[in-house]
Design a protein around this ligand. Sequence first.
Ligand code: HEM
Length: 235
Amino acid sequence: MKTENLTGTRRVWDLPVRVIHWSLLAAVAGAWASREIEGDWFRVHTWCGYAVLVLSATRLVWGFVGTRHARFASFVRGPAAVFRYARNLFTRQPDSATAGHNPLGGLMVLALLAMLLAQAITGLFANDQIMETGPLFGYVTAALSDRLTTFHKQLFDLLLAAVALHVVAALAYLFLKHDNLILPMITGRKPAARVPATDEIPGSRTWLAVVIALVLGGILYAIVRNAPEASLFVF
Ligand code: HEM
C-alpha cells in the first residue's frame, strides 16, 4: 500500500487569494486612515475605495473560477454543517481536516466579502455634506445619496467589528487550538500532516486573476469616467 508523505508542506492557497487578502487589509486601512487623519486625503480615500471594490469583486469571481480551496463550492456549507462544526469547535484538536476554509470560516469569508462590496459601492454615491462626493453621486438624488452615505458610515463600523472578530478568531485558532491559519495566508502552504496529498492545489493560475482584475478595473474606470460631474473626480 502506498503511504502518504507527511513531512513538509502542501500548497493550499493560491497566489491571487493571498495577494487579494493582504491588499484588502492595506486598502481598508488606507480608506480608514484617510478619513481619520486631519487634512485633505479624500483622493486617497477614493482610490482605496476603488481598490477595495476591484479586489473584492475579483475575489468574488475567483470564487467561481479560482483554484480548488478558493471556490465557494468548496467551503460554503449549509446551516447544519456550520452548526455541527461550531458545536465541536473546541473539542477537536488542530482541525485543518478542512484544507481550505472550515465551515465557520467560510461563513465569515462570505460576510466579509459582502460587506466590503457594499461598503465600496455605497461610497461611489456618497457625499460629505460639504464638498466631497463619490464619483457616481450625479446618478442619484441628493436624498438618496444622503441615505447611502449614512449606510456607508454605519456599515464601516460593522465591517471593523467583523474584521476584529475575524482577527480574534485567527488568534484563537493559533493560541487555543495550536492551528496556525495566518502563516498559510502568507505562504500559501499548510503542514503536510494536516492536508491530504489529494487536497494540494497544483498551481495558482495567477494570470487569470490578473486578467479578471484588469477587466473589472477597466469597467470601473469606464463607469466613473463617463459619470455626470466626473471631472470633479480623481482619475
Ligand atoms: C481589513 C482587514 C481584513 C479583511 C478585510 C480580511 C478579509 C478576509 C477574507 C475576505 C478572507 C477570505 C480569504 C479568501 O478566501 O480569499 C480572509 C481570510 C483570512 N484572514 Fe483576513 N482579513 C483582514 C485582516 C486579517 C488579519 C489582520 C489577519 C491576521 C491576523 C487575517 C487572517 C486571515 C486568515 C488566517 C484567513 C484564512 C482563514 C482560514 O484559513 O479559513 N485577516 N480574510
